[in-house]
Design a protein around this ligand. Structure first.
Ligand code: NZQ
Ligand code: ZN
Length: 389
């Protein structure tokens, strides 16, 4: 196990009715805030009113900005920065999913910065200052509710890039699993795939003696595997929704990566897809991750066999660990298919030519090889896109 520092400042307030505490939480920071949200689901399903009531009760003044799209765009980030500056805003409340939260994070580092906020995403410019943010989560998926990351798309070039800095972790996140009852099946399934991907990016490591985090990873994966089908069948099953919601946070709050080298190639490979074709991130991962596995599993057959037996309950084939390893990959692929996700690029509703695959592979590796389990250059990434096809 490697040395590590683990610090996660985000206060999690979890459970039914917890949105009633948002006013008090916000009040600790400011009595005038930017209230940021997405395309309108929060208004349709009553979340907006419940959050507003709590803010009103606490005497918090609100400037609103809606319209954050999935795969959130840089243009709205810039608009948000202007709105905050014009109104002297010192705190941002994001009510929604990863896209809204990531936009809030981008605005929070853009407001005190004199240059172009895209600098943080396109160069290694360090974050020095930010406005504090809080979140009310409506979809368990990205883990942005306590992660140090923000992912934004520069829409003109189709570049989807991230910035990762502890400064970006929210001060608090309010997680009411009931808010997730209204998710379309496709978003529930895509969210489950993203949560699993966050765990697997950490699980596939060559680091030895990471027994505790291996078990935590396996437990988190098994929780999602057990509960996602229930949530799809019974959208208002509180216990299933609660398990998935907590898994979303645990999968990506950095605990599961402690002491080990993480991979992250599949995420980078997927971000090209969602940056260029506006594919839903989790749905893209359901296609890319098994393809990545097929390409790399021979590097450490034992670890993949462990994944097959401990996560999917496959029997270890002592004559052929390779066969066991492949059974695990197949089980993952079958699971994604069973929860209603696509498992190949061809099934996507977009035309992707050979040249497009090459362009994505080049863009993905512009700053050098991706991944750590196996370091992948443009040619290797292209092979993975071809397997995913
Ligand atoms: O915009 P509205 O109308 O709110 O609808 C949203 C959106 O269409 C809808 N939705 C959300 N909550 C709902 C709901 N519909 C009904 N009922 C509810 N309760 O779901 C759609 C997707 O929302 P989005 O915020 O895009 O989903 P998600 O949380 O999956 O976020 C995806 C984004 O996060 C990034 C992804 O790349 C992608 O851009 N990620 C961020 C990470 C981070 N910051 O740490 C890490 C991840 O790996 C990921 O890359
Ligand atoms: Zn993700």
């Amino acid at each position: 196990m490697q040395n590590f520092t683990f610090q996660n400042r985000t206060k999690i307030v979890f459970g039914k009715g917890t949105e009633g505490q948002v006013g008090e939480e916000v009040k600790e920071y400011s009595d005038k805030i930017l209230f940021l949200y997405g395309g309108g689901s929060i208004k349709e399903y009553g979340i907006y009113d419940r959050v507003m009531d709590s803010l009103d009760e606490a005497g918090v003044g609100v400037v609103e900005l809606g319209g954050v799209q999935p795969n959130p765009r840089l243009s709205l980030v810039k608009e948000g920065i202007e709105v905050c500056r014009e109104n002297g805003i010192e705190f941002i409340l994001a009510v929604g999913g990863g896209s809204v939260i990531d936009t809030a994070k981008a605005i929070s580092i853009g407001v005190p910065y004199e240059g172009d906020v895209w600098d943080f995403y396109s160069t290694d410019k360090a974050v020095e200052e930010s406005l504090p943010i809080g979140t009310v989560l409506t979809i368990p998926a990205a883990g942005s509710e306590s992660s140090p990351g923000s992912v934004i798309t520069e829409e003109e070039g189709g570049y989807k890039r991230d910035v990762v800095d502890n400064e970006l972790r929210p001060e608090f996140s309010i997680l009411n699993p009931e808010f997730t009852y209204t998710l379309p099946k496709y978003q529930t399934a895509s969210g489950a795939a993203d949560i699993m991907a966050h765990v697997m990016e950490r699980y596939f490591t060559h680091e030895e003696h990471v027994g505790l985090t291996d078990r935590l990873c396996e437990g988190t994966l098994r929780t999602v595997i057990a509960n996602a089908p229930i949530a799809l069948e019974e959208p208002e099953n509180y216990e299933a929704r609660a398990e998935i919601t907590w898994a979303s946070t645990v999968a990506h709050n950095d605990l599961l990566g402690t002491g080990r080298v993480e991979d992250w190639a599949s995420h980078k490979i997927e971000h090209e897809l969602s940056g260029m074709y506006d594919v839903t991130h989790g749905a893209g991962l359901a296609i890319v991750f098994p393809a990545w596995m097929e390409y790399v599993y021979e590097e450490d057959v034992e670890r993949f066999a462990q994944f097959a037996t401990r996560v999917w309950g496959k029997e270890t084939n002592y004559y052929s660990l390779e066969r066991t390893a492949r059974e695990g990959i197949k089980a993952l692929k079958d699971f994604f298919h069973d929860i209603g996700l696509l498992t190949s690029l061809e099934e996507l509703d977009v035309e992707i030519s050979d040249d497009d695959l090459r362009e994505m592979a080049n863009k993905c590796t512009e700053d050098g090889p991706v991944g750590n389990f196996v370091k992948l250059g443009a040619d290797e990434v292209l092979e993975i896109y071809k397997i995913a096809r």
